[in-house]
Structure formats: C-alpha cells, structure tokens
Design a protein around this ligand. Structure first.
Ligand SMILES: Nc1nc2c(ncn2[C@@H]2O[C@H](COP(=O)(O)OP(=O)(O)OP(=O)(O)O)[C@@H](O)[C@H]2O)c(=O)[nH]1
Length: 982
C-alpha cells in the first residue's frame, strides 16, 4: 500500500489543492527532503503527512467540484417528472447521476443508488472506495468518478470537514451557479452535466446570469439556517434548501406573489428580459417627453409618475403621453423637442401653439379674406400657368418644324430632334434602310424619320434665308415685255430646225453667216413691228426641268414640236407633263407637215387621248401645222405665240435694278467668265455690281447673242455678261445690287454654305452610300461623274441620266462640273467606282494617264442623246458592238498665220498618233471642245500630205473655222467599231 501511495509532487499539488512551495516547505519542516520540481516523487510517508495536513483543502476542492455542476438542480428538479427522464435518456450518464445522488440522495432515498450513503459528507463521498474502508459504501460509488487520483484516506477528519464543508458547499452553490454560464472551472465532473443541461435545464442555468444574484440569494439565505442544525440534518436540509431554491425559481411564473421584485429566473425569464429591454427603450423617451418638452408638463409629469410605478411601464409605452390628457400636443412637441430643448415656453405660447396646430389640422383657418386672397392668388397663378402652357404649346409646335437642307446626316437630325442617334438608325432600319451615323439622308427619308418623332420637315436653300434682294414694283412702272419661249419635243422632231429657221429669218441682214454664239437664248424681232420673242435654246426639257428645280420659272410659253409624220412619243409626253407642271401655256407645232406621211389629225387624236384638246377640236390648246424645213406657217406660229403672250399680259418694270436667271456660264480664255443671263425684270447696265449664285462681280461688258456689245439689257433680253468672279450655275438667280461689297459679302456667305454642303454631300453620297449598298448586295449602282463644256448641258445630261434609274440599277451622279476632266475627277471615280461622262470636254494628259492606271472608264460624247442611249443600253444589258469615236491624233497649234481669202493657218506639232487629211477634228482649248469639224488642208512645208505622224511638224487650216489660237489642240478622231465596257 505504501508503495502505492508514492506520488509525484505535481499530482499532490493538484490533489490537495495547495501550492508546490507549500508542500515542499511543509515536507521540509517534517524532515523530508524534496526537490521543488513537479516531477519529484513523494514517498508514502510524505504523502501521508501531506494528506494529514491538507485533507481539508482537498475535501473542499472535491466538494466544490461535485456540487457545482448543474446536476444538482437537475437532480433536485428531478421531482418534476418530465425533465429528469429526458436528461437521462439523452446522456445516460448514470455515473454523474450517482454523484448527484450522493448529494441529494440523503433526502431522496428512492432515487438514490443501491448503496445509500447515510450521511457522508461530500468530501467523504469523493474518496475512493478502495482506499477508505471506513468510508460508507456510498463513498465507493462516488469514488468511481474520480478514478484518476484519489487515494486519500477519508476517515481522518470526518468531523472537521463536514461542518466546514456544509458551508462551503452551500456557499458554492451561488458562485458555481453563476459561473456555469461564464465558464465552468472544473473540467471532469462539471462538464458532463453542463453538456446534458441544454435540452431542458441549461436555459435556466444560462439565463440565471442575467439576474442571478437576486435569484440565488433568497434561495441561499435559508441555507445557513438549515445548516445550523445537526450535521446530518444540516447536510440534508442544506441540500433540500438549495434544491428548493431552483424550485422557487420555477415558480416565478407567479409574479403575483412578488409584485415588486424583478422576476427571478424561470421559464418566463426570457419574456421578462425582453420586457425590461423594451421598457428601457420605450420608456426612455417618456421621461424625456415629460421633462424636456414644454407642452407636456402636465402629461409628462404624470407619465413620470407612472414610470415610477413598475406596472405602468407598459402603459407608458403607449398611453404615456396620453396619460397627461393632452394627446395631440404630444406629437407637436415631439417635433419641437430637438429644436427647442431648453426653451421654457409660457402657458400662452403653448395654448397658441395648440390652437394653431388644431387649426392647421382641421383646416378651419382658411376662411375669410385670407382664404379669398389665397384663392385669388391661386387662380391667378393657374391663369398664368395656362397662358404659359399655351405659349409653350405654340413654341413647341413651332419647334416641331425642322428647317433643314437636304442631305442632313442621321446624327445631325438626331441632334435637331434631341433624340439618340441610335433611335434614328433603328427607325431607318424599320424602314428597311441601314444607315450609319454620318450618313446623309435624302429628303424623303428625312421627312419620314422626322415624322416618326413628331416633327415636320421644311427644306430650305441657303438663299431662302437671305433678304429679298428684289425691289418692289409699282403697277404704273410695269410695261409689256416679250414672251420667253422654250421649244420642247421628241428627238428629231425638228426643234433645232424650227429655232434655226426663226433665227435665220430674223437675223439682221449683214450679220448672217457670222459665227452665231451658242449662248442658250435668242431674241428675235418679228417683222412688221410685231414685237419680240425670246427663245430659250436649251437642250430639251431637261434643262427646262433643271432650271425649274432650281426655282427659276423662266419660261412663259412652251412650244411642243411633234413631227406630224410620227406620233406622240414618250419624250413628247414628258415635255407636256413638264410644261403642265410648270403651269406654262402650250402651243403645239405639228412639224414636217410637208412630208408625205404627215397626218396632223392623228396627232390631235393622240393628244385628245391624253386629255389634251386642241382648239380645232374645241379645246384650249393652240396648234399650228408647220414645216421647219421650208418655213411653212412659221409666221403663223409666231403670231400665235404673241397672241398667247397678250393673254398672259406679260409685264415688267424696266427701270430698276436687274433681276434675272442664269442660263449658262462658261470660262472663256480671253474674256474670263462669260455668263449668259436672261433679264426678267429691271435693266442691267454696264458697271452694275452683280450677284449670281455664289459669285459676285461687276458688269464689265454686255454682249448679245451675236457678239455685239450692248450698253444695257431690259426685261426678257438674253445677254452675255463679262465680269463675274466665278461661273454660276444654270438656273441661279441673278441680281444687280447697289454696291459690289454687298454683292461680295452675300456671295461669300453663299459660297461657304454651298461648299460645306457640297463637300459633305459628295463625301457621303459617294463613299458611304456606295459602301452601304454594296454591302446590302443585289442592289447595283451605276455611279457617274459628269463633266461638260457648259452648265446647261451638264444639267440636262445629269437629269437625263438620273432618270435612267430602274428598280435594279440606280444611277448616281457623283459629281458634275464644268471644265476639263481632271486628275481629281479620276481619283474620285476611282474611290467611288464611277464612270466619267465627258460632254464636249476632254481629260487632261495627267487625268488620261491616271485613268489608265486606275482603269477608269472615261466616256466622251458630243451629243446628249448618244450618251443617254448608250448608258441606257448598257443598263439594259444590250451593249452590242458599236461604232465609237476613237481619237487618232493630238496635234498642238504652235503658231498661227492669218492669210486673207484663206483664213487662219496653224503651224503644228503632232503630239501623238497620226493625223490624216480626212480626219474629223475638234479644236480643244483648255480641255474644252470649242469646235467640231474637219480639216481644210494638211501640209508639210508647202506640200499637201495625206498624213503626218507623231513628232512631225505640219501646217493645217480648218474648214469654216478661223478662231484658232496658239496652244489649242487639234484632236483628230474617227469612228471605229468597239466593244462597250459598260
Ligand atoms: N421634211 C422635213 N424635215 C424636217 C423638218 N424639220 C426638221 N426636219 C428634219 O428632221 C431632222 C431632225 O431635225 P432637228 O431639228 O435636228 O430635230 P431636233 O428635234 O432638233 O433633234 P434633236 O436636237 O436631236 O432633238 C433633220 O434632219 C431635219 O432636216 C420639216 O419640217 N420637214
């Protein structure tokens, strides 16, 4: 046994619950020598001595361990039948139960284990059964728990410890109960019960900390008294008391008994906690209201009083304010609280405020004058608002009209309408068009898209924005003027023949045979003082249309020539349509009446089928059967024109600044820009500052169609003007102005606008438009660049070409301009995959080379209808091999000699090719064809030759043309059969 009792120092320390130093010192005092090291061994004697000395400490510790665990409660709560079995079932921890039984078993015998410990003190119980034979059998059971270490002998101080133990145990109940929630200090015994606790008991134990002290105290207080009795009884009683404490806690559900007490832990504990919390929260403001708010002094005071009672706590939550009897001010004051916490309002203030508040709430304050004035003010405000609304609506309606020039980009349109450009694009997509942000939209698309967004579109020209430059006419100033007549009709029906005959017969003698300038308009004086007629010599109705499109309504009367041996042709119909659209009176001239197959009635019939009734058939349209070739009835035709003019009462004021229309404009090397204008009103004089389109200038000289100088030109007079700074476009309005400065300013402004517009238009139509359409696929485009000698021709040709558009192929005019075909034209054609159409113009040397490089097709024509027919054929896929002009030589004029009776002879150099005596030739000056004809002679030195090759000099003169100059190119050409490229 003694050997058994040898133990390590550290174990003894733990067991006896004393310090290592104490043990060593104690043993040293007893004559034992021990090292002060935890692992030092203690002999049997040493240990016995220690036990003897420190048994009390040990027992105290053991007691504490056992009792502390919530088991006690569980156990003693054991008499409530439901909880116990749960606990047991959950753990089945019978060992622990036994420990508890040890404590409780004394009074609870039946629940105790088979070996009832009569009255063993807790420490005794803990002693191992093996060691202590004196110990009661119950001790053995207990001993099972502390398997680890205990070999202490129990019997030694049974008397002593017991009474001591009682106390500590009883006392410990409190701390342990408190500690449970915090942290159980004793690992071995304590843990299991704690673990067991949760299902039913633990909550109780856990909640205890919230109000533990009061809870335990009352329960604990009786204990000492109980303990005071006898040892056994004390133990039993003490435990019973202790257990009853928790029982009482269970009863706390009965607050009635202890109204003033804060409830002790019980099942209702939780609620109590919540309530308390809530009380604090909600009860908090009440005192504030009571004390801090001025209006609730009374109520608040009562509220406070209420607060002093515990019970009204709940009431205070809700009716606390009302408790004061003044409910409403409560709210008011709550608002006022933060701003005036320190104010001490007088009773009057309060009453006033209450009144005001009540008045505001009930709305009773709005009566009498005050209300009327307010009403009046409101009405006034409404009226103003209504007016403002109307104004706004008007303004909005106005702002809903977009004034745009054509070809505004999608982005610009979006900005104007203040919408996202993506909306514009999606709208276009819904219309089946795929547009990019910077793509320009045509007029139709613009209108549709704008309409989608609730806007209207108004198209304007830059000129429209300017002030009217025209002077007002007084009725008395107006005098009759000559009619301006346009001759239209189908190809080869005799328009030129008619005009030529009229002109020939009316040309003043002596000047016949002179070179008639092609100025686009002719004034003829009818014999016998019958008056004058001005004929517009434009290439058919295209020019007429082009001018009309530019806003120039020049023509007064339209003569439509129809060959009587033919029939009403498509172009005849078009001409009629155009004339009718322009509102111009029509006179039909049935030509070629001299021909055998001529049948004027057939034509009349066809016309009537078109709802056009001639005079002879009871209609309003004058007709005249003529023969342009022989001149038959031409005079009658002219008389009918005059008659028609009389009906029109054509008048104009010749005594004001001239107003007119540009018919043609071209660059003349010697004279500069030569502009043919038709004066429509006023009188144009030499020296007048002038403005036409984007150009200004001063009239240097005026010439008529025969090249004669004139000093002035009145209404209905065509005249050539020298002095313009640039070439305006056919159809441009022409004005004579007060000062040249003013003219220049306006011209510059127009130029700027046009350049901007032109650049933008060109850029987008060529690049974007083509790119898009190619991407869309199955939509073929034919892009054309039109260059011509005079503006009128270009307009006519362009319009005709545009009309060739079909559903399958769209014709686009990428660019059109007067002048030589330049390198930039070729580059543009290259970029836009276009074909260049040259009408009476030629490419420059550089352009020709570049065109070859870039494989650009340049088509040159001298007859408009050739160009139209050829392109039309190409589009119809009917391009058959045909004869085409081929340039065989270019000869430069280096010197000129005037020889009387012969004319002008040129000394030349053949630049390329081979010129032959029979070659057809053109004279090209500055890239522009000025004459087409044939050679009169071709010589080398003094000998006539058949041909001259490249690099040789030669002399030549031209049949019927002497106006040759050094630098002119004589272009020799012949018709060869070629395959068309289109
Ligand atoms: N027999 C006869 N032939 C005429 C008459 N008028 C014109 N011609 C002939 O018809 C042909 C065409 O005449 P143009 O005056 O060139 O016809 P156009 O309408 O001016 O032709 P384009 O300029 O190509 O539109 C010419 O060969 C004329 O000689 C006429 O009254 N009688």
């Amino acid at each position: 046994m003694s050997e058994d009792k040898s133990i390590k120092l550290i174990k003894a320390v733990k067991e006896l619950n004393i310090g290592m130093g104490t043990i060593v010192d104690f043993l040293a005092g007893k004559g034992f020598k021990v090292e002060k090291q935890p692992m030092a061994k203690l002999s049997n004697d040493m240990y016995s001595a220690l036990l003897k000395e420190f048994a009390v400490d040990k027992s105290i510790k053991e007691e504490a361990k056992q009792i502390s665990i919530g088991k006690i409660r569980k156990e003693d709560a054991g008499f409530p039948a439901d909880k116990q079995p749960e606990v047991r079932r959950s753990r089945g921890d019978f060992e622990n139960e036994e420990i508890l039984i040890k404590n409780a078993g004394q009074f609870n015998a039946p629940a105790a284990q088979p070996k009832p410990a009569p009255a063993p003190a807790a420490p005794a119980a803990e002693r191992p059964e093996s060691q202590n034979q004196d110990a009661l059998p119950g001790v053995k059971v207990v001993g099972k728990i502390d398997l680890n270490n205990l070999h202490a002998k129990p019997p030694v101080t049974e008397n002593k410890p017991e009474p001591q133990v009682e106390k500590p145990v009883a006392e410990e109940v409190k701390p342990v109960a408190q500690l449970e929630a915090a942290k159980p200090a004793e690992p071995e015994v304590v843990k299991p019960p704690v673990a067991e606790a949760p299902p039913a008991v633990a909550p109780v134990a856990e909640k205890a900390p919230a109000a533990p002290a009061p809870t335990q105290k009352p329960a604990a207080t009786p204990e000492p008294q109980a303990e005071a009795a006898s040892e056994d009884n004390e133990v039993i009683r003490a435990k019973a008391e202790r257990l009853s404490g928790p029982n009482i806690v269970g009863r706390i559900t009965l607050p009635v008994n202890e109204p003033k007490r804060n409830p002790v832990a019980s099942s209702s504990n939780t609620n109590a906690d919540h309530k308390r919390k809530r009380k604090r929260k909600e009860g908090g403001p009440n005192p504030q209201q009571g004390t801090g708010t001025p209006g609730t002094n009374q109520g608040g005071g009562q509220g406070n009083n209420n607060n002093n009672n515990n019970r009204p706590d709940f009431r205070n939550n809700r009716p606390g304010g009302q408790g004061g009897g003044v409910g409403r001010p409560d709210f008011r004051n709550r608002n006022a609280t933060p701003s005036t916490p320190k104010e001490e309002p007088t009773e009057k203030d309060i009453q006033d405020q209450i009144k005001a508040t009540l008045a505001r709430l009930s709305g009773a304050g709005k009566s009498g004058k005050f209300a009327q004035r307010a009403k009046f003010r409101r009405q006034k405000r409404d009226d103003v608002a209504a007016n403002a609304d109307e104004l706004a609506m008007e303004q909005e309606a106005q702002s809903r009209v977009l004034k745009v020039t054509e070809f505004v980009t999608a982005n610009e349109l979006a900005i104007m309408m203040d919408v996202q450009v993506t909306q514009i694009i999606s709208t276009c997509m819904s219309l089946g068009m795929f547009v990019s942000i910077n793509q320009r939209l045509d007029a139709e698309t613009l209108s549709i898209v704008a309409e989608e967004f609730g806007y209207k579109v108004e198209f304007v020209k830059p000129q429209d924005e300017e002030a009217n430059l025209d002077q007002e006419d007084e009725p008395e100033d107006l005098i009759p003027r000559a009619p301006i007549v346009t001759i239209m009709g189908h190809v080869d029906h005799g328009k030129t023949s008619l005009l030529d005959f009229i002109r020939k017969t009316n040309v003043i003698g002596g000047e016949a045979g002179g070179i008639t300038q092609h100025i686009g308009a002719y004034e003829v004086t009818l014999p016998g003082d019958k008056g004058k007629i001005t004929f517009l010599d434009t290439p058919g109705h295209e020019a007429f249309t082009a001018m009309r499109a530019r806003g120039a309504q020049v023509t007064d009367i339209v003569i439509i020539v129809i060959a009587a041996d033919d029939s009403v042709m498509p172009q005849t119909r078009e001409a009629i349509n155009h004339a009718q659209a322009a509102g111009a009176p029509i006179i039909f001239a049935f030509n070629k009446i001299d021909r055998p197959g001529a049948n004027a009635d057939k034509i009349r019939e066809q016309l009537s089928a078109m709802n056009i009734l001639v005079e002879e058939w009871g209609g309003k349209y004058q007709t005249q059967e003529i023969s342009a070739k022989s001149g038959l009835n031409i005079e009658l035709l002219l008389e009918k024109i005059l008659l028609e003019a009389e009906l029109l009462e054509l008048k104009a004021n010749p005594n004001k600044r001239a107003v007119g229309t540009v018919i043609e404009a071209a660059l003349d090397k010697g004279r500069g820009i030569v502009t043919t204008i038709l004066v429509q009103s006023g009188r144009l004089k030499v020296g007048d500052p002038i403005l036409a389109g984007c150009y200004s200038g001063r009239v240097k000289a005026l010439t008529n169609e025969r090249g004669q100088r004139v000093e002035s030109a009145g209404p209905s007079t065509p005249v050539q003007v020298l002095g313009m700074q640039g070439a305006p476009t056919a159809g441009d309005k022409f004005n004579a102005l007060e000062s040249e400065v003013e003219a220049r300013e306006i011209a510059n402004k127009r130029m700027q606008l046009q350049r901007e517009q032109g650049l933008r238009t060109q850029k987008h139509i060529t690049l974007d438009e083509i790119g898009r359409r190619l991407a869309v696929g199955n939509f073929k485009e034919l892009n054309l660049i039109v260059k011509g000698d005079v503006d009128g021709s270009i307009e006519a040709l362009s319009d005709s070409l545009l009309k060739l558009s079909t559903e399958q192929i769209q014709v686009n005019i990428v660019s059109k301009a007067v002048g030589q075909i330049s390198e930039s034209d070729v580059l543009l054609a290259s970029a836009s995959d276009a074909i260049i159409i040259g009408f009476q113009v030629r490419p420059s040397g550089g352009a020709r080379k570049l065109a070859e490089q870039e494989q650009i097709d340049i088509r040159l024509y001298s007859i408009i209808y050739d160009a139209i027919n050829e392109i039309k054929a190409a589009m119809e896929g009917m391009l058959a091999p045909e004869y085409e002009e081929k340039i065989v030589a270019n000869v430069e004029i280096r010197e000129t000699f005037k020889i009387s009776k012969v004319g002008t002879i040129a000394g030349c150099m053949v630049l390329d090719g081979k010129i032959t005596r029979n070659s057809k030739i053109r004279i090209v000056r500055e890239g522009v064809v000025i004459y087409t004809g044939e050679l009169a002679s071709l010589k080398r030195y003094k000998d006539d030759v058949k041909e001259v090759a490249t690099g040789y000099e030669c002399g030549l003169n031209i049949n019927n043309f002497n106006n040759i100059e050094v630098g002119d190119i004589v272009e020799a050409y012949e018709n060869v059969e070629v395959k068309r490229k289109l």
